[in-house]
Design a protein around this ligand. Structure first.
Ligand SMILES: NC(=O)c1ccc[n+]([C@@H]2O[C@H](COP(=O)([O-])OP(=O)(O)OC[C@H]3O[C@@H](n4cnc5c(N)ncnc54)[C@H](O)[C@@H]3O)[C@@H](O)[C@H]2O)c1
Length: 268
């Protein structure tokens, strides 16, 4: 039996990278999964891979920067699968700039994608997580099981990173949000945790070409290796496994925790 048998999970930003690896792993562990990504093509590809492996999946291309789209995604998930048990707030983006060059557009865009999507998606999930637990408490004195919320923060949100004032402000805020929501939702047996990936091989950390919006200069990719005790960059699956642990019953008594997945990155 899978570790998420019978559970329903909504995962934002799961057409690529860490989100996709998490969606595929959750489906293999028995969860019905909502693959949410702004980009329809990778979202469909991820969903097809899950179907091909025998999993249950639906696609959402909602942009949860808008609350109405978050509500639409959650209600579509509940209509399709009957409930929602797990929310993984993973959508993220970078637009690196030195601070003195950072204008409002670049600031707002990165805060919106990394932080507001998480706020909206989690708030839109409250009827399915908090209200469901509340009615179980009324009927039986306690929630029937633990429901889970998790965020993909970053070691950059713990350590800071030159050129990422916008991104680190958002990822740091996710850490505070994790701790606050863990307190607020604990009585409903909703566990709230975050993973903090270090340097994981995805398009966000691929060698940056001239004129590209995302990516990391090759020199920084190499420098990161010097800071990682294990001596190599992580893979999306490394982070997916941490999300799986936190979403599983094995972590039912763990809440308000920030779990670095960084190969012992110096300082994180
Ligand atoms: N790669 C790393 O080293 C690393 C390190 C720390 C944290 N993270 C975080 O991990 C998460 C996943 O990043 P990744 O490295 O897999 O990047 P990725 O670019 O491979 O995947 C992110 C996905 O999010 C999607 N997305 C962007 N905006 C969205 C929105 N508004 N709604 C829904 N989907 C949206 C993108 O289309 C993309 O498919 C992000 O939150 C990122 O900040 C990554």
């Amino acid at each position: 039996m899978g570790r998420l048998e019978g559970k329903v999970a909504v995962i934002t930003g799961s057409g690529r990278g860490i989100g996709r690896a998490t969606a595929e792993l959750f489906a293999r562990e028995g969860a019905a999964v909502v693959v949410n990504d702004l980009d329809p093509e990778p979202a469909e590809e991820a969903a097809q891979a899950i179907k091909d492996a025998g999993g249950e999946v639906m696609v959402s291309t909602d942009n949860t920067v808008n609350f109405e789209e978050a509500e639409r995604m959650l209600s579509a998930a509940a209509n399709q699968f009957g409930k929602v048990d797990i929310v993984i707030n993973n959508a993220g983006i970078t637009r690196d700039k030195t601070f003195h060059n950072m204008d409002d557009d670049v600031w707002d865009f990165v805060l919106d994608v990394n932080l507001k999507t998480a706020f909206h998606t989690t708030r839109a999930a409250m009827p399915y997580l908090r209200e469901a637990a509340k009615s179980e408490m009324k009927a039986d004195g306690k929630p029937a099981y633990h429901r889970k919320v998790a965020f993909t923060s970053s070691t950059a949100g713990i350590l800071g990173n030159a050129g990422q004032a916008n991104y680190t402000a958002a990822k740091g805020a996710l850490i505070s949000l994790t701790k606050t929501l863990a307190r607020e939702l604990g009585p409903f047996h909703i566990n709230v945790n975050a993973v903090a990936p270090g340097f994981i091989e995805t398009r966000l950390t691929a060698a940056k070409q001239e004129g590209q919006d995302i990516g990391v200069p090759e020199a920084s990719r190499q420098m990161a290796l010097l800071l990682i005790a294990l001596g190599y960059h992580g893979k999306p699956e490394d982070v997916a496994k941490a999300h799986l642990f936190l979403a599983s019953e094995d972590a039912d008594y763990i809440s308000g925790v920030i779990l670095p997945v960084s190969g012992a990155m110096l300082g994180a």
